[in-house]
Design a protein around this ligand. Sequence first.
Ligand SMILES: NC(=O)c1ccc[n+]([C@@H]2O[C@H](COP(=O)([O-])OP(=O)(O)OC[C@H]3O[C@@H](n4cnc5c(N)ncnc54)[C@H](OP(=O)(O)O)[C@@H]3O)[C@@H](O)[C@H]2O)c1
Length: 223
Amino acid sequence: MRKPYVILNAAMSVDGKIATRGGDSALSDEEDWKRVHNLRSQVDAIMVGINTILLDDSKLTSKEGKNPIRVVVDSKARTPPNARVVTVRPEVETLIAVTRKAPQERTSNLQKKGVKILVCGDGENVDLELLLKKLYDLGVRNLMLEGGGNLNWGMLSKGLVDEIRIAISPVIVGGIEAVTLVEGRGFNRVSEGLNLELVSSENVGSCLVLTYRVLRESKRENS
Ligand SMILES: NC(=O)c1ccc[n+]([C@@H]2O[C@H](COP(=O)([O-])OP(=O)(O)OC[C@H]3O[C@@H](n4cnc5c(N)ncnc54)[C@H](OP(=O)(O)O)[C@@H]3O)[C@@H](O)[C@H]2O)c1
């Protein structure tokens, strides 16, 4: 399948959380934010799940260089028309990926605000393979996936992620309800998990940034 090259990027606590139980996701420091903004300026699109928009009201803009297309994965078109991803820098394109089940009134309210609606399937959730194909057809060759945990699972479990960059922040926040890097159903056995290869590790401010390549074949199958 033709699809953009996908880099999953996140800031995570040492205990694997990407937000606290109260929804506080400020795990990066200033230096790491610079790295994130730099990466944003190098990709054609940034993508997040609707919960991240509802909880963080993210603008998804870059402070450095060009601004990529913003993509929200939002089956039922719950993105508020006054969300910052819609209203801030309206000249930067925002695409909302929905399913055919999204209420027409909501999609047309968003379209009136200048947002483009991409219909991806007629199931309960956005068909992520179809979305990536549509983005590729629109010219998106590399895409930064910025969470949250449920969308990360949706993308990883379908084998759609090529690279992972994790900024590990030197903090532990705990909490059974705190969102982890990857949520969803999960794999039953370690042998079913996605194998990764460490490409680099570097200190960025107070964070340790690990870059992994996602291996397509399972190393364990051969061992
Ligand atoms: N530290 C970091 O780097 C970082 C980065 C990003 C987010 N976060 C944090 O992560 C938290 C939100 O994460 P989250 O896991 O609750 O939500 P999320 O991943 O942002 O959004 C998940 C939602 O996306 C929609 N969706 C549509 N199609 C999907 C598909 N095929 N697969 C998966 N999801 C699909 C679903 O809602 P519908 O059914 O309504 O479409 C789903 O509930 C926030 O607290 C945010 O602050 C942290």
